[in-house]
Design a protein around this ligand. Structure first.
Ligand code: ZN
Ligand code: ZN
Length: 330
């Protein structure tokens, strides 16, 4: 009976924690809902008098809003990519690890497993061994990390974002950048189109109560959109910079370690190729919230590897075009 009570208490606690984690998303949805009312009804229908201006305001606002909501939805609900099955260690390997007491012995067991499975891992742990997650019981693929909030290892982990209640990683990085970009543009549009009416409010003091309420929405809309424009803009340009350098947020603070030591520029293949890894090869899909990233989140072309390969090709086939070669491997 007591065990059953304990179990139901745990279920209640987990349910409560899950509920709390959705609060930032509910907050964003509530802000977007109120901003829609303030912009469309209070600003465009009640404050803007020119019909052509109303049409332009509504058209641009709705296109940006649609792209923003779709990117936000995709960032939240795109399925998280775990490491592939072959990265999870076998029962025999787990038993061996449990029996061994020394770190060096455990490191050897894991190294042997990686070798037998032929796993493409190059990134090393701080002490130089294979990176292993004891919680998921798996070898961590390059650029993967364990997220303690999502309780799993995640491919090309960037950070866990409470505003989307999930990890920002390989599976949704393009959507996350689009969410920031469209959020920034939408807020900028809102603030700029609201600005004349915001100024008018401070100049006009002879108003009745109904107008005061409407104007309060218009004034508050300017403050909210300016504030979000600034914060989303900073994050957006920071992630554009990181994408251009092919670094995750985590890697920008802690460079990946290889057998030759830490190398923060290891995955930097040049701005254009770095962007194509995240946004894909088809320009039509770049700005749309449709999945188009290149790669599998396990194998990443590395700068040093390419230089080696190009040098090798130079010796064997002189007609090979370096640019074509890079395009193929990125
Ligand atoms: Zn893990
Ligand atoms: Zn997470």
């Amino acid at each position: 009976m007591g065990g059953c009570d304990g179990e139901s208490t745990n279920v209640c606690i987990r349910f409560f924690i899950n509920l709390v984690r959705w609060l930032p998303v509910v907050f964003v949805a509530a802000i977007v809902g109120w901003a829609y009312y303030a912009y469309v009804y209070q600003l465009v229908f009640l404050a803007v008098e020119s019909i052509p201006l109303r049409i332009i305001y509504l058209l641009v606002f709705h296109i940006l809003l649609l792209l923003f909501v779709a990117s936000y939805y995709q960032t939240i609900f795109a399925p998280l990519h775990k490491p592939p099955q072959e990265f999870y260690i076998t029962r025999e390997c787990t038993d061996e690890l449990n029996e061994s007491s020394e770190d060096s012995q455990q490191s050897e067991i894991l190294q042997r497993f990686v070798h037998l499975q032929g796993l493409p891992v190059r990134v090393r742990a701080f002490e130089g061994g294979v990176r292993y997650c004891p919680k998921c019981k798996c070898i961590k693929p390059d650029r993967s990390h364990h997220c303690s909030i999502c309780s799993q290892c995640v491919r090309k982990f960037d950070h866990h974002c409470p505003w989307v209640n999930t990890c920002v990683s390989f599976h949704n990085y393009k959507f996350f950048i689009l969410f920031l970009g469209y959020g920034f543009t939408l807020c900028l549009w809102g603030a700029l189109t609201d600005l004349p009416y915001f100024i008018e409010f401070w100049q006009n003091n002879s108003v009745n109560n109904r107008v005061v309420f409407g104007q309060f929405n218009v004034v508050f809309l300017f403050f909210v959109s300016s504030m979000f424009c600034l914060s989303l803009g900073c994050l957006f340009f920071y992630h554009l910079l990181l994408t251009g350098r092919n670094r995750t947020t985590l890697e920008s603070f802690r460079p990946p370690i290889f057998t030759h030591g830490p190398d923060k520029r290891a995955y930097d293949m040049g701005v254009s190729r770095n962007y194509r890894q995240v946004f894909g090869s088809n320009p039509i899909l770049w700005l749309l919230p449709i999945y188009s990233s290149n790669g599998d989140g396990i194998n990443f072309p590395s700068r040093l590897e390419s230089f080696e390969a190009v040098r090798l090709l130079d010796c064997t086939d002189e007609d090979e075009d370096d640019e074509d070669f890079f395009n193929r491997i990125v």
